[in-house]
Design a protein. Structure first.
Length: 301
């Protein structure tokens, strides 16, 4: 963790500080203060006020992150991660891959992703966070899963996960989906926002009584509406040309990504346009958690 000697070491959070290290350090110190009794001001520790104090400290940590990650203060992080994505894309092009999608998509609602991220367990409800880029991100596995679940992706399912009749993998996918990072953060806005889950019942107490309900708000971090994520999807077309032209007896326009041969017939004729439409369908449905409540929606224009 980078330390600025001009700041008090008990509460360091700036753009050069690793956010995950900061969260863990602050959480451990908070627990120590609560256990030793200093934070209770003479009150005895019980399950209720212990949980209340932890929630207060966690919310304070989140507020600090939200304040630090203003769009104006993280321009260097955004620039660096954008350059990193350029390098990965160009390396893949050098290996024979072609660019299918390389665009920035804007969130039209908050994004909640990686709530069970092990790096963020101190927050109870976390967020997908890259400890190297020091930014929240959308893992490539989440993007690929969203693609595969999109109704319009049917012709490309075999391309995304090539399997045989026994559903066993037969080859590496010709489609490469990169991790997606926030590369557009409008001046004057914040990258992160705090939201809450408000469970009314405490099942651990062994009984649920409507008359004794005591809601317990649980804060969690989200990526703010209006932030743009860069999505890069590449494909290796070299493997498809021979299969489409010779085995499938079909002309091979440049739009084809994959063709799966089943016996004497060709199936799974995946094109770049199908993949693009599948991504748009996934963005309309939403990525991450709480999509039924409208989270994780992107503009597809």
């Amino acid at each position: 963790m980078a330390v600025n000697p001009t700041q008090p070491t008990h509460d360091i959070m700036n753009q050069s500080t690793n956010a995950i290290s900061y969260i863990r350090l602050k959480y451990v110190k908070s627990i120590n203060e609560i256990i030793t009794g200093g934070a209770l001001s003479g009150r005895s520790i019980n399950n209720s006020n212990y949980r209340e104090l932890i929630n207060e400290r966690v919310k304070a940590i989140m507020k600090r992150l939200v304040g630090t990650y203003s769009c104006n203060s993280i321009s260097n992080l955004v620039r660096d991660v954008n350059a990193h994505m350029d390098q990965v894309r160009d390396a893949l092009i050098g290996l024979g891959y072609e660019k299918i999608i390389d665009s920035t998509f804007i969130l039209t609602s908050r994004l909640a992703i990686g709530l069970s991220n092990p790096y963020m367990e101190a927050l109870e409800l976390g967020i997908a966070w890259d400890p190297i880029a020091n930014l929240p991100y959308i893992p490539s596995t989440s993007l690929r899963g969203a693609l595969e679940s999109s109704p319009s992706a049917a012709p490309c399912l075999t391309a995304l996960s090539p399997v045989n009749a026994r559903k066993s993998p037969v080859e590496a996918s010709p489609v490469v989906v990169l991790d997606s990072y926030p590369t557009y953060c409008p001046s004057g806005r914040g990258l992160l926002s705090i939201d809450i889950i408000n469970p009314h019942y405490r099942e651990v107490e062994g009984a649920i009584s409507e008359t004794d309900v005591s809601p317990t708000p649980l804060p969690f971090l989200t990526v703010s509406k209006g932030i743009g994520f860069r999505v890069v999807i590449m494909a290796n077309r070299k493997r498809v040309k021979h299969k489409v032209m010779v085995k499938c007896k079909t002309d091979a326009p440049g739009d084809y990504i994959y063709a799966a041969q089943m016996g004497n017939e060709c199936q799974g004729m995946c094109t770049a346009q199908v993949l693009i439409e599948a991504l748009k369908g996934a963005f309309i449905k939403g990525l991450g958690a709480k999509t039924a409540l409208g989270y994780g929606r992107f503009s597809t224009k």
